[in-house]
Design a protein around this ligand. Structure first.
Ligand SMILES: [Fe+2]
Ligand SMILES: [Fe+2]
Length: 470
């Protein structure tokens, strides 16, 4: 078990004091990070006391402590999961050889790119969500938002540590760039499109944490398999924190559904206009939000056929999530039947790994849908929520720009365009959802469009004052 030294400027379990140069470089970056946090982090809540968990160990038995803290004073630290003695490469052409403690020269730029791309999403999401505090549906939700925000900040630290520790001067420059790009910025946007979409309402936040943080989980799982051991250990610990982000999404969407069903029963109708008039999110609108965020997140897995992901796998840089569940870890002789607009194509399995990942991601996404549909069924309404086809509204890969509807059916271009806003939120839908976003900050109170959670945080009551303002 590795404890964390909290007396240091940068809490860490990597024995930072033993490397003065690295320590100084990170202590130089730290004030830039705090400046970024104050400028681009949650707007207007920097002096609030927030009940937050902080990672203080990587021990599975108890890795976090809870307490009240002002966000700019949060102890962002560097934690790697414990090293596994004798760990060997679990996939690719070098399978069975010892993992790497340093970056091999030939993979240096590819590994740096993988780390920077992952690292870029972390502060991006904080930027996307920075105004949401002003319309929080409850103190409980406000606290959860801030918990996610500080942890995405810590994930940035996790990637910056790797850049500083293993990539020399290039790494230090990349670490500065991670604070210089901003979500939605016209000149210096974040690297991936989804992370430039503004998140201006809480329904979008719940969809983002359900779908996009889950993509994060899959990326981290595949990097946790990496032969570059420090990256693997970093990602393994990040996954521990990530689980809460998806919990917020899944329970958030479940609470929205629950409240909508209560309203539908109260008014004795499933007419969307009447549900809206009663102040809840009608189920067709919820379905549109799911379609939008699911399809946007599916693009994050990349093209169906990819020589980059083939090389990353063959070289041991990035595996499949839960690599050990597969029988074949080399994939030099297997193929994959890929559906493309031109028909079924048989492609080398190595080139189909993005699609393999996308398929297992979609299976994971089904879990929440099943739960929400059970709620709807129990309430006695015929409506069912569904995931859109992985071919719907894609902007990269084989299906990019194809007029496929959410059910996966090819339409004519005209039909597609005419119907698009019956599948994803229209301006009017967004305006309606925005109109529901009224700030509720009385302890225990909830906005009218969302049901209370089943329990509070860390065994505290739902009514607990999770955020105190000054
Ligand atoms: Fe993250
Ligand atoms: Fe996350």
């Amino acid at each position: 078990m590795s404890g964390v030294n909290y007396s240091e400027k940068i809490p860490n379990n990597v024995n930072l004091v033993s490397d003065r140069t690295l320590q100084r470089a990170l202590e130089h970056w730290q004030p830039h990070f705090i400046e970024w946090w104050k400028g681009m982090g949650p707007s207007d809540f920097q002096s609030a006391d927030v009940y937050l968990r902080t990672a203080t160990s990587v021990d599975a038995q108890g890795w976090a402590t809870y307490g009240t803290v002002k966000m700019p004073e949060y102890r962002w630290g560097i934690f790697l999961a414990d090293q596994q003695a004798g760990r060997t490469i679990g996939f690719g052409d070098q399978m069975g050889q010892p993992v790497w403690q340093q970056v091999p020269g030939e993979y240096r730029s590819t590994l740096r790119r993988l780390i920077v791309t992952q690292g870029d999403t972390e502060p991006a999401s904080v930027e996307q969500q920075r105004l949401l505090g002003h319309t929080c549906p409850s103190l409980y939700d406000l606290r959860n938002l801030f918990q996610i925000n500080v942890e995405e900040g810590r994930h940035l630290w996790a990637m910056v540590y790797l850049l500083h520790a293993y990539f020399g001067r290039d790494g230090r420059e990349e670490a500065e760039e991670l604070l210089a790009r901003h979500s939605g910025d016209a000149d210096k946007p974040r690297i991936l499109t989804t992370f430039n979409e503004p998140i201006s309402d809480w329904l979008s936040l719940f969809c983002f944490t359900y779908f996009t943080d889950r993509d994060g989980k899959y990326q981290l799982k595949s990097l946790a398999e990496s032969a570059f051991d420090p990256l693997s250990r970093t990602c393994r610990f990040m996954l521990t924190e990530e689980a809460h982000h998806m919990f917020v999404g899944e329970t958030g969407l479940g609470r929205v559904t629950k409240r909508t069903l209560e309203v539908m029963k109260e008014i004795g109708s499933d007419d969307p206009a009447r549900v809206r008039a009663a102040g809840a999110v009608d189920l067709p609108t919820l379905q549109k939000y799911l379609n939008f965020w699911c399809s946007s997140s599916l693009d994050l897995f990349g093209s169906e056929i990819s020589s980059n992901s083939a090389a990353n796998f063959a070289n041991g840089l990035k595996g499949r999530p839960d690599e050990t569940q597969y029988d074949d870890h080399v994939l030099r002789s297997s193929t994959f039947k890929m559906g493309t607009p031109a028909g079924i194509e048989e492609v080398p399995m190595l080139n189909a790994l993005n699609e393999v990942m996308r398929e297992s991601y979609l299976k994971d996404c089904e879990i929440g849908l099943k739960r929400w549909n059970r709620q709807i069924e129990r309430a006695g309404f015929p409506f069912r929520l569904t995931l859109p086809s992985s071919r719907f509204r894609r902007t990269i890969g084989a299906w990019a720009g194809q007029p496929v509807d959410p059910a996966g059916k090819m339409r004519s271009k005209e039909e597609y365009e005419k119907n698009l806003y019956s599948w994803i939120p229209s301006e009017a839908d967004r305006a309606f959802v925005h109109s529901l976003m009224q700030k509720v900050v009385e302890p225990g109170k909830m906005a009218a469009w969302i049901a209370p959670p089943e329990r509070g945080i860390n065994n505290l009551a739902v009514e607990y004052e999770y955020v105190k303002f000054h």
